[in-house]
Design a protein around this ligand. Structure first.
Ligand code: ATP
Length: 239
């Protein structure tokens, strides 16, 4: 079977200094991988490495069988909403249209198929009625759904989400979980970083438990257990 992500003995870092080591994980199309670990554990580092944005110091890192940078066209990325300038005066529809730029070139006018992809993506996240609203006027949860719609509009085969449930209301959380399940049923591979162990257990087929190094990788019932959690979180792990 083809793999979306295959990491073997991978160390990642900045300016030659390791930030996350010993990553061994295989993700197939249609699978959902949760990255779990405390603050500063290396979750964002691992996600960014799958876009070719972080140096691989050791080991073999492949995305769709190639080095991550050259596979970037097939990967979508949903950043944390607090990394954005919410005052930027732009409509929800235009934010989602940005997901099409790689296909159409940002300087060219959108085609009918691009407008359709944007409308479909907004419909999937349940925000059709907000299309003409200014992005910055939406709630945190709605903004997160717009960013998810932007990524969906690009039709990625691998979707990377950095803490998509942070500061998100229950309605938006349910909408995001529903869409993620649909996407994986359609064959999209998903990588989701989260602090929320319950969410990871419910949503993921695979969990990668990290804190400076990978402590465990496998199904939730093997990884979200006392031994591996204590290793990743220390004795303060609440079980
Ligand atoms: N651009 C960078 N340059 C140097 N070090 C970095 C850089 N980005 C992250 N780091 C370091 O890498 C380590 C892992 O950080 P990372 O942001 O990947 O963790 P995280 O698990 O995503 O944390 P959080 O849950 O707080 O977002 C930390 O020690 C951090 O200081």
């Amino acid at each position: 079977m083809s793999t979306a992500v295959e990491y073997r003995g991978v160390s990642l870092g900045y300016q030659g200094k390791p930030a996350l080591t010993d990553v061994d994980v295989t993700l197939h199309p249609g699978q959902r991988l949760a990255l779990v670990g405390p603050n500063g554990a290396g979750k964002s580092t691992l996600i960014k490495s799958m876009l070719g944005l972080v140096d691989v110091l050791h080991g073999d890192a492949a995305v769709f069988g190639s080095d991550p940078k050259s596979a970037r066209g097939r990967a979508g990325y949903v950043p944390q909403t607090d990394s954005l300038d919410a005052d930027f005066p732009i409509s929800v529809r235009r934010v989602v249209m940005m997901g099409r730029y790689r296909r159409i070139g940002w300087w060219r006018p959108a085609r009918a198929e691009d407008r359709r992809a944007v409308a479909d993506a907004l419909d999937r996240v349940g925000l059709t009625d907000k299309a003409g609203h200014r992005f910055g006027t939406l709630s945190g949860g709605q903004q997160q759904r717009v960013l998810l719609a932007r990524a969906i509009a690009a039709e990625p085969r691998l979707l990377l989400l950095d803490e998509p449930f942070n500061g998100v209301d229950v309605l938006s959380q349910e909408a995001i979980v529903r869409v993620l399940r649909e996407l994986s049923a359609e064959g999209t591979a998903l990588v989701i970083s989260t602090h929320d162990l319950t969410m990871a257990g419910e949503l993921a087929d695979l969990v990668c438990l990290v804190n400076g190094r990978q402590w465990a990788a496998g199904p939730p019932d093997e990884t979200l257990t006392a031994g591996p959690l204590r290793k990743a979180y220390g004795e303060r792990a609440v079980l």
